[in-house]
Design a protein around this ligand. Sequence first.
Ligand SMILES: C[S@@+](CC[C@H](N)C(=O)[O-])C[C@H]1O[C@@H](n2cnc3c(N)ncnc32)[C@H](O)[C@@H]1O
Length: 233
Amino acid sequence: MPTAAEHYNRLLADVYSWMYGGWDAALARYTEFFDSRGIAPNGGKRAIDLGAGCGFQAIPLARRGFSVTAIDLDCKLLAELEQHKGGEEIETVCADILSFRSHAPKTAELIVCMVDTLLHLDSQAAVTRLVDDVFAALEPGGTFIATFRDFTVETNELDRFIPVRSDDRTIFTCFLEFEPDTVKVHDLVYRRVDGRWDFAKSFYRKLRLPTAWVVTTLRDAGFGNVETGLDRG
Ligand SMILES: C[S@@+](CC[C@H](N)C(=O)[O-])C[C@H]1O[C@@H](n2cnc3c(N)ncnc32)[C@H](O)[C@@H]1O
């Protein structure tokens, strides 16, 4: 079974920023996300982005004045982040987020883990371990932001086929196969190359984490003030 790292390396990293609608749209979206929540440095200024990808959260955070450590297993996506970061204070680290403390040993005032990254871990036990480490790595009064899709409600039959994005050069469709604790995500990409269509396919698994379970896990780790909300991220 391909791991998340293999899936990104084989297929997803190459179309990731295009899938999002491009850089300007993605950066605007997360700039607005942090603006609307009043996220700004007011402590030691250090932020850690767990599963930073190509930097759609790290770059807006750095522009707001944070000094960001951006950690991801996919070195291609981190290279894109490096190309787009300009003069912003962002250190990229190609590593497993489960070992983030050895790469960012100082406490941080903000830790983010956004857009399904939590679901890429291979078990609820791994999520619990990460949340415990996040709590220990935060300054007193620090903030952790996690966004993920709650896949506990199954979609059925043809609703499992999702047209992700298409244009005249690329067509990306996703198919979801629900399993008891995970959802198997099949990504299918056609790309126009030299007048013909190249086809790439790959799958990986995401955890089906109930929101209520994540809230309990955060509280058990020591987070006193847990807020939940709905967002497209
Ligand atoms: C859905 S993407 C989100 C990326 C970024 N936060 C964004 O919103 O564009 C999930 C990211 O987590 C990374 N990832 C998954 N499992 C990881 C792990 N165990 N350690 C480090 N990165 C991981 C993937 O390489 C991918 O870049």
